[in-house]
Design a protein around this ligand. Structure first.
Ligand SMILES: NC(=O)c1ccc[n+]([C@@H]2O[C@H](COP(=O)([O-])OP(=O)(O)OC[C@H]3O[C@@H](n4cnc5c(N)ncnc54)[C@H](O)[C@@H]3O)[C@@H](O)[C@H]2O)c1
Length: 262
């Protein structure tokens, strides 16, 4: 353990299996590609089997191994199927990347109970369901690793996010879940950490991108004066999923071009 390892060994996921939710596009897709490049066998999961298969094909083209499993993370039976299909195909579940999410911009006074429930059911309950189902297998195996994608929009950070009460509440919940789960799962050799991305160039930010002034105002708040690329989050996922972060658990850390440093 005290011997320095070469990066290619330290970050290697050879022999590991990983599940990435919300992986048909956006940063979930790049998490899947990066984990596969590091040697993991990857289950690419999202609400569309066909689009997941497209990412599986990309992984295979780069020489990796992957399967596609359609799953709505807010439905327990589908989550159970995701975990068992992965175990069936690869024999273990070593890494879970809870990435799937929605950001449904809604003005507060017109936000309905359905709006609230949908966001919380996907962004928060979905993370609980996936973590619990995966951790059961990880506990049996003797260890595992859960990486959540939270957000700088999680509350208590000094930035306001208009029209996203349900989203910010869900991501604040993920931050809390990270600490609580890290404590519950440490005795089972399962680490739990969360990345809080700043603004990243994925289809999720299309509503902001379509408003040039809003986009300019947001990027100007970021010390690095640009949005992030999905791969810049995926590289942090690799760090948390690998031995390079072996003493880290229960942490929420921003990858945000310095946004929270202002
Ligand atoms: N893009 C950003 O600026 C940003 C910033 C902070 C955090 N995030 C978070 O990053 C994660 C990835 O988002 P993204 O930016 O790549 O956006 P994205 O919209 O491209 O990807 C989100 C994916 O989640 C999937 N998804 C939605 N509901 C689902 C469900 N019920 N079950 C399974 N999959 C479902 C979507 O189909 C989509 O492929 C999300 O958790 C998001 O909240 C994004």
């Amino acid at each position: 353990m005290n011997e320095a390892k070469a990066p290619q060994e330290l970050f290697s996921l050879e022999g590991k299996t990983a599940i990435v939710t919300g992986a048909r596009r956006g940063m979930g897709r790049t998490h899947a590609l990066v984990l596969a490049k590091a040697g993991a066998k990857v289950t690419v999961s999202d609400i569309s089997q066909e689009e997941c298969q497209g990412v599986v094909d990309e992984i295979k083209e780069q020489g990796g191994e992957a399967i596609a499993v359609e799953c709505d993370i807010s439905e327990k039976s589908q989550v159970d199927n995701l975990i068992s299909k992965t175990k069936e195909a690869f024999g273990s579940v070593d890494i879970l990347v809870n990435n799937a999410g929605i950001a449904d911009f809604k003005e507060f006074f017109s936000m309905t109970e359905e709006d609230w429930n949908r966001t919380i059911n996907i962004n928060l309950k979905g993370y609980f369901l996936c973590s619990q189902a995966a951790a059961k297998v990880m506990k049996e195996q003797g260890g595992g690793n859960i990486v959540n994608i939270g957000s700088v929009a999680m509350g208590q950070v000094g930035i306001g996010f208009p029209n996203l009460v349900h989203y910010v509440s869900s991501k604040g919940g993920v931050a809390g879940m990270t600490e609580a789960l890290a404590v519950d799962l440490a005795p089972h050799n399962i680490r739990v950490n969360t990345i809080a991305p700043g603004m990243i160039d994925t289809p999720m930010i299309d509503p902001v991108k379509s408003d040039e002034k809003a986009m300019e105002a947001t990027t100007q708040q970021v010390p690095m004066k640009r949005v992030g690329e999905p791969i810049e989050i995926s590289n942090a996922v690799l760090f948390l999923a690998s031995e390079a972060s072996s003493y880290m658990t229960g942490v929420v850390f921003p990858v945000d071009g310095g946004w929270l440093a202002v």
